[in-house]
Ligand binder design. Structure first.
Ligand SMILES: Cc1cc2nc3c(=O)[nH]c(=O)nc-3n(C[C@H](O)[C@H](O)[C@H](O)COP(=O)(O)O)c2cc1C
Length: 410
């Protein structure tokens, strides 16, 4: 039974630092343990201000280490043993301070000393958590760029209400996302190595005047999950996104757009270099024929008519100009006749795959963290995926695309 757990026999070093989110490390620790991992916890002295070691000792059944000079075994040096004896190191939450020390190679406590002794071949993941201003500070962003360029993987922080009551970026990523990232790294899925993937995400905004626009409820979560997952599996990822409240996964090439026309231009500019294209954006079908250059005024007792004209069909433009062997998948957000509409889209646009979802549901589709999608293939095969996190859905979609590409090339 234990042998069938995805992390059975894998040793994870979990670093916990002095963030208000440190209590969530207990959940991460417990989840990794339940998946079969043997977890060793190292805390910074500041982390002890937020959560006690007894919690981690009970969850892991191992002593929790904090002090560099308190060696549990007299014949071994703990920080070298810990760093070199594990299959993966996860720092969650990672403070701005620890990220800065990692970037500079500072080793002034047990955790940062361990981090410096981790062999290059051992995956090192961090999940930052901090106040928005701290996260967006040029120092933190430069430090992040430095450690990512050395191979550290970042489970990007999310957007939301922070402990300090600010609303913004910096919230620790969902525990689910962090645990999935650990599983993906330990299971060595690198089936997208050497593959360039273009993903479109989010809504588009079609202006009515300088302050108003037409848009839709897309949060971008599905497209960003695809980008994060493709990156994790070794792809070089280009994410072209309409406006969202999400942080682009660290390591993707990011192009921000507003309108459908801008998204089309960005896609056409980059598509030629991409092996796989996934159109997950909810592109507005129409735009106002002539947006007003100045703010439109309200006139009592007068109705207002807007003339809408069709936007360019981005996915059709991409299939029309595709390069040989390029795989193109599109999403179909439907509220009715899901299978019929998805099959029509697959045929009429010459797609290799349509991923459909019923956006009238409350647990799938727009603005939620879960999705239940169906894959429609050109040979008529329909593959239903279960209701699961968007990250897990992204993983399943990418696995299916990888399998389809390899069957075409064989
Ligand atoms: C209540 C409180 C909450 C804090 N939360 C965070 C946080 O979420 N992220 C962060 O980077 N620093 C946070 N800090 C600041 C760190 O605790 C401080 O920079 C400390 O030196 C970090 O030490 P460490 O990185 O060695 O664990 C917080 C401080 C306090 C007092």
């Amino acid at each position: 039974m234990a042998g069938s757990l995805p992390l059975h026999g894998r040793r994870v070093l979990l670093g916990v630092t002095g963030s208000i989110a440190a209590y969530k490390a207990a959940d991460i620790c417990s989840r990794l343990g339940k998946l079969g991992a043997d977890v060793y916890v190292v805390m910074t002295p500041e982390a002890l201000q937020f959560i006690g070691p007894a919690t981690f000792r009970a969850l892991t059944t191992h002593p929790v280490m904090v002090n560099l000079f308190e060696e549990p075994l007299t014949d071994r040096i703990a920080h070298i043993d810990l760093a070199q004896g594990c299959d993966l190191v996860l720092v969650a939450p990672a403070t701005a301070n620890v990220i800065a020390k990692m970037a500079m190679g500072i080793a002034d406590d047990l955790l940062t000393t361990c981090l410096l002794a981790v062999p290059d071949s051992t995956p090192l993941l961090i999940a930052p958590a901090m106040n928005t201003a701290m996260w967006q500070h040029a120092a933190t962003q430069t430090n992040m760029a430095t450690i990512v360029s050395r191979g550290t993987e970042c489970v990007s922080p999310g957007y939301g209400v922070l402990a300090c009551k600010d609303v913004g970026y910096g919230k620790l990523a969902d525990v689910d996302e962090i645990v999935t990232a650990v599983c993906a790294r330990l299971n060595h899925v690198s089936d997208y190595k050497g593959i360039r993937v273009l993903i479109t995400a989010g809504p588009t905004r079609e202006p009515l005047d300088p302050v108003r626009y037409i848009s839709n409820r897309s949060s971008g979560k599905m497209g960003y999950a695809l980008a994060a997952e493709a990156l994790r599996r070794g792809a070089s990822v280009l994410l072209i996104s309409g406006p969202t409240a999400l942080v682009p996964p660290v390591g993707v090439e990011f192009v921000a757009v507003q309108t459908a026309e801008q998204m089309l231009a960005a896609c056409l500019l980059h598509a030629g270099t991409c092996d796989v294209i996934v159109g997950a954006a909810a592109v507005a079908d129409y735009r106002v024929e002539k947006a007003s250059g100045t703010k439109m005024k309200r006139h009592e007792d007068e109705s207002l008519s807007l003339r809408l004209i069709p936007n360019p069909d981005i996915i059709a433009a991409l299939t029309a100009t595709r390069s040989p062997r390029q795989f193109i998948a599109g999403f179909a957000a439907e509220t009715d006749h899901v299978v019929e509409n998805a099959s029509r889209k697959l045929r009429s646009k010459g797609l290799d795959l349509v991923v459909s979802n019923d956006v009238s549901r409350t647990d799938a589709g727009f603005d939620v963290d879960t999705n239940e999608v169906t894959l429609h293939w050109p040979d008529g095969t329909i593959q239903e995926l279960p209701l699961q996190s968007k990250l897990a859905t992204a993983g399943a979609i990418l696995s299916s695309i990888a399998a389809a590409r390899s069957s075409i090339s064989n």
